[in-house]
Design a protein around this ligand. Structure first.
Ligand SMILES: *Cc1c(COP(=O)(O)O)cnc(C)c1O
Length: 370
């Protein structure tokens, strides 16, 4: 048998390893000037006016909820087909997630179902660009504007995705990115929140540093009263450090080429599996390009295919089990689109460690019983 092919395999560029070494020897590997540079370069890349670097994608989502002052009694309309961490942040603030249904062919939230889920307590809409495929943002923001609601986009899969020619992060609302080890742009762990105005950016910077009005690095640059600070609201320990930022800065120029390779692999799966009955490779919506963090198939015999791939030494995964079906969120709602999607979806490897020969092997493994 060939070497097993894993579902994910993070690649750390040689330049990132060199940059990390420099930071470790610099005498200041904590949050500092390299984080500021990473924030500026990332903001320029996605086209956001402000980007605030944090310790994880979950932290970015949590700060988005904090920035909106969402709390007990408030509802957030959200997607059931996402990483459970996205919906946990709503519970962190004592608010209630209200699960809308999804498009059964793509797993992204269905805007009509979002509209039907809005009630008097709704404060925000939270959506996930699942696998990198953008949600229908024009319709979503029109709906949000009509009801005076905020929008939080979970862009953990969508670093480099575009919606009608605009990179995710460059539109309205707030976007949370994850730089966790397997993500398209990795700092091993880390995240970023994109916001539209200076006040939100300043508050996010304070919230990531325990609510302290100035962080240690900023204070070290002013000569007087560098010991003095005030805690103006309850914050968190969510800052990114310079070690992570240096890794991110080294990876950012490689992101587009990496995403192109991921799209190329997904396109091969799409064409080479097109004739397999009961199986479909999920496609990006028209006018959009996907960062292709994962490559989901929809398979009628999903559980059988998982076993078949495992026997051939090919890793696969399910993204995601319906969140409303987890004990902390239940009881499950009646969501036929989510049920159809999650019982059929299966992600196959699309990472940058794959050779063309590995891609052939995955194709063979999927086709075996076809
Ligand atoms: C990875 C991921 C997150 C969380 O990111 P972390 O950096 O691991 O905290 C949130 N949402 C989705 C959809 C993700 O895939």
């Amino acid at each position: 048998m060939n070497e097993p092919i894993t579902l994910f395999r993070p690649t750390v560029a040689e330049d990132a390893i060199v940059a990390a070494g420099e930071v470790l020897r610099s005498g200041w590997p904590g949050p500092g000037p390299i984080v500021e540079r990473f924030e500026r370069e990332f903001a320029d890349f996605v086209g956001a006016p402000h980007a605030v670097a944090v310790s994880s994608g979950t932290a970015a989502l949590h700060l988005a909820v904090r920035l909106l002052d969402i709390g007990p009694g408030d509802e957030v309309v959200t997607s059931p087909i996402t990483f459970v961490g996205a919906n946990e942040v709503i519970l962190y603030e004592g608010a209630t997630p209200v699960f809308a249904d999804v498009d059964p062919d793509r797993g992204t939230v269905d805007v009509d179902s979002v509209a039907a889920s809005i009630g008097p307590r709704t404060r925000a809409l939270m959506v996930t660009h699942l696998s990198g495929n953008p949600v229908d943002l024009d319709r979503l923001y029109a709906l949000a504007d009509r009801h005076g609601l905020a929008v939080i986009e979970d862009a953990a899969h969508a670093c480099g995705s575009t919606y009608r020619g605009v990179r995710i992060g460059g539109g309205a609302g707030m976007q949370a990115f994850s730089f966790q080890a397997t993500k398209n742009l990795t700092t091993i762990d880390g995240g970023m929140i994109c916001v539209r105005n200076e006040a939100d950016a300043a508050r996010a910077r304070r919230l990531r540093w325990r609510g302290i009005d100035q962080d240690t690095w900023s204070r070290s640059r002013t000569s007087a009263y560098r010991w003095s600070y005030d805690v103006v609201e309850l914050g968190h320990k969510y800052a990114m450090n310079d070690l992570q930022a240096a890794i991110g800065l080294a990876h950012l120029p490689l992101l587009e080429a990496g995403n192109a390779r991921r799209r190329q692999i997904a396109a091969r799966y799409r064409s080479e599996l097109a004739d397999v009955a009961g199986l479909k490779v999920v496609e990006p919506p028209p006018g959009c390009s996907s960062a292709t963090y994962i490559c989901p198939l929809l398979a009628e015999r999903r559980d059988h295919l998982v076993d078949q791939l495992a026997e051939a030494g090919v890793g696969s995964g399910v993204h995601y089990r319906r969140n409303d079906d987890h004990a902390i969120f239940g009881p499950p709602r009646d969501l036929p689109g989510a049920e159809t999607y999650w019982t059929r979806t299966l992600s196959i490897p699309v990472h940058l460690g794959l050779t063309d020969g590995d891609v052939d092997q995955v194709v063979q493994a999927v086709r075996k019983d076809a």
